[in-house]
Design a protein around this ligand. Structure first.
Ligand code: FMN
Length: 323
């Protein structure tokens, strides 16, 4: 799949997850073969105030390209300026958030609320395309609610205004992340636009990925929640779709080694204190499925240093031997 002039070499990519898809996690997912990763969403308005935290969210590593930076906002001029900053920060793709359901985002007219105003969606895409040479993508939902299912309309307007790909999460804003992901709407979008369509929602294994691809005809996939504590899902999907091989997840020892390397990387980028604080949930996700997981995941909520994590890893490994 190509998004504009960017070649995406595998079928599944890492979806943006606020507070989660930081540089370290994206790097780990890319190592396991994610086609590309996306930053956490970055506020165009905050960037216009030169906000330090927002600028930090756009920091990329050399070895994670191609990588997308996702922007949110509803003012074409601010979004265009933010696109220039994202380009300067080294993004390969710029994605526009048209799906975030959180009240603090949608009640401001940004994220999923943009879908209520398809004309504005087109204006934002057009302004950003004029501001940058990079491919611009949009990440939309099925619609705002069941009474306003307009993914096809929004996708068409965005494509007419120059969007280079459309990512569709098959749920409405009203559904947040519950209920089922509607593959029919993704199929409909695919049938109505000529740019690549990336299907998103509930892809968690080979079966669900195969169904998303074959049922909707989409060009690629984005995986979000199923990658948490499970970055090797990209290798599992790639091996299957590229070679027809079904591989097993890593051994418990390997999972813990991958977790250790991931969290060490997070600490390298954020400093140990912040890195560990923000990694507690990641550690808990990695420990899912281990023997004694409930207690160990509780412990994960209290780790403050790398030493704490190394101790936890030793105890988890020791406990597995008791099987
Ligand atoms: C905690 C969390 C944070 C998210 N943050 C973002 C975000 O910053 N930008 C975005 O476009 N989508 C965001 N999403 C939505 C996901 O990218 C994805 O569309 C959704 O989770 C459905 O995919 P999945 O079933 O593979 O999880 C977020 C989802 C969750 C659960």
């Amino acid at each position: 799949m190509r998004i504009g002039n960017v070649e995406i070499s595998s079928v599944a990519s890492l979806a943006p997850l606020a507070g989660i898809t930081d540089r370290a996690f994206r790097e780990v997912c890319r190592r396991f073969g994610a086609g590309y990763g996306e930053s956490e969403m970055v506020s165009a308005k905050a960037l216009s105030f030169d906000d330090k935290k927002s600028k930090e969210l756009m920091e990329l590593s050399d070895n994670e390209h191609p990588c997308g930076i996702q922007l949110f906002g509803n003012e074409p001029l601010l979004m265009a300026n933010a696109a220039k900053l994202a380009e300067k920060a080294g993004a390969d793709i710029i994605d526009i958030n048209m799906g975030c359901p959180a009240p603090k985002i949608a009640n401001n007219g940004t994220g999923s609320a943009l879908m209520k105003n398809p004309k504005l969606c087109g204006e934002i895409v057009s302004a950003m395309k004029n501001a940058t040479d990079l491919p611009v993508t949009v990440k939309i939902r099925k619609g705002f609610d069941d009474e306003h299912v307009n993914a096809v309309e929004v996708a068409c307007i965005c494509a007419e205004n120059g969007a280079d790909a459309v990512i569709v999460h098959g749920r409405t804003r009203q559904q947040y992340y519950s209920g089922h992901c509607d593959l029919d709407i993704i199929k409909e979008v695919k049938q109505n636009v000529s740019v690549p369509v990336i299907g998103n929602g509930d892809v968690k294994d080979i079966k669900s990925a195969e169904r998303m691809l074959s049922y909707t005809g989409c060009d690629g996939l984005m995986v979000a929640r199923a990658a948490l504590g499970n970055p090797w899902i990209f290798r599992i999907l790639n091996e299957y779709f590229e070679k027809g091989i079904i591989i097993q997840p890593p051994s418990p020892e390997d999972k813990l080694r991958i977790m250790r390397e991931h969290i060490e990387l997070a600490c390298e980028y954020k400093g140990e204190r912040m890195g560990m604080l923000q990694s507690r949930k990641q550690i808990a996700w990695y420990l899912k499925g281990f023997r004694g997981a409930a207690a160990f995941r509780n412990e994960a909520g209290r780790v403050s240093t790398l030493e704490d994590m190394y101790g936890l890893i030793d105890r988890v490994l020791e406990f597995q031997k008791g099987l």
